[in-house]
Design a protein around this ligand. Sequence first.
Ligand SMILES: *[C@@H]1O[C@H](CO)[C@@H](O)[C@H](O)[C@H]1NC(C)=O
Ligand SMILES: *[C@@H]1O[C@H](CO)[C@@H](O)[C@H](O)[C@H]1NC(C)=O
Ligand SMILES: *[C@@H]1O[C@H](CO)[C@@H](O)[C@H](O)[C@H]1NC(C)=O
Ligand SMILES: *[C@@H]1O[C@H](CO)[C@@H](O)[C@H](O)[C@H]1NC(C)=O
Length: 311
Amino acid sequence: MRCLIPLAASAAAVSVRIATPCPANTVPWGDGSCEPFSTAKRDALKWLRKNAPPSDLRNVATLFGTPGGVDGLDAGVAAVAANATLTAKMRWPWAWGVPRDIFRDYVLPYASANEPRTHWHGLLAKAVEPILEALPRHASIADVAEAINGYGGNSSVWQNVGGVKFHSGQTPLIYDPVSTVAFGYASCTGVSTTYIAALRVAGIPARLVGTPAWLGDPTKGNHNWVELWDGVSWRFWEGRPAGGGETLTNPCDKWFCKAARFPVNGSTKVYAARFDRHSNQTVYPLAWDPSNLDTPGIDRTNAYVGMCSNC
Ligand SMILES: *[C@@H]1O[C@H](CO)[C@@H](O)[C@H](O)[C@H]1NC(C)=O
Ligand SMILES: *[C@@H]1O[C@H](CO)[C@@H](O)[C@H](O)[C@H]1NC(C)=O
Ligand SMILES: *[C@@H]1O[C@H](CO)[C@@H](O)[C@H](O)[C@H]1NC(C)=O
Ligand SMILES: *[C@@H]1O[C@H](CO)[C@@H](O)[C@H](O)[C@H]1NC(C)=O
């Protein structure tokens, strides 16, 4: 479904009050428990630090801030991410039910892969919050993800940051959200990390997914796109500048989700990036840095063969 809700229903919904599941200044978790914000933040920072890639741990004070530091020295992009994502989880009703393990791996992290660590929470909040405020409180995660991407209202994160166009071949020069916004263009990786960042600002679990080589042949190129957790399962599409006219419901409407690219022999490997580096499942391969095995991943090959080999 392209449109979120009919305008009449949307206007009526604004007056519907949705009861907050938790007392003020406590964070709701998917299991119905409520945790004081300060405890949740301490836990979130500890988890980020425990799972940060080795290259980030060389910059731990830069990323996490110096406790008690003055003139802004107590801040850092990881510290801001913990504060902002827990605040979003308390504020937006669609984020209340996200369980702690999914929140940690796919909302809390300040990065998707090895892109430059930048303060995208500060940059994107201004572009995303007006979209969220215009939505009815009962909007689903899919509704919110559609609105941010520009399907369902008159605005989008792309428009609100001044416009982002697709230009092929920009990774690794331009592939973090702040660079994408500053240049006004990116290829599939930059468009994906920017859309993931915008979803995380809204409290929505999202992750980078892709193949390092179509049909296992690096000369055939690579591709990245986005998966988001809708409350039940992972759905996929692209940030709109990289793929217009796609939906969250029909896998086959993506240009790349075709039998020719996903033969049943599984020669096209697909991985999703995550932050939890202790599950020891697999590595998210970086097409732009193949010997760098620092980004944890999940093998999604079978899921995509299942979804795309009939398209
Ligand atoms: C953390 O979030 C709170 C809102 O929950 C906000 O008032 C505060 O300024 C934020 N602190 C930092 C350091 O970003
Ligand atoms: C979109 O714009 C039209 C025309 O300006 C307006 O009537 C409508 O209310 C807007 N829709 C939303 C969802 O903001
Ligand atoms: C997998 O199947 C495709 C399409 O039939 C074929 O082109 C490719 O060579 C196969 N790869 C392997 C490793 O079997
Ligand atoms: C993950 O695997 C590596 C390599 O086998 C091992 O050194 C490490 O201890 C494992 N981590 C955990 C948390 O099991």
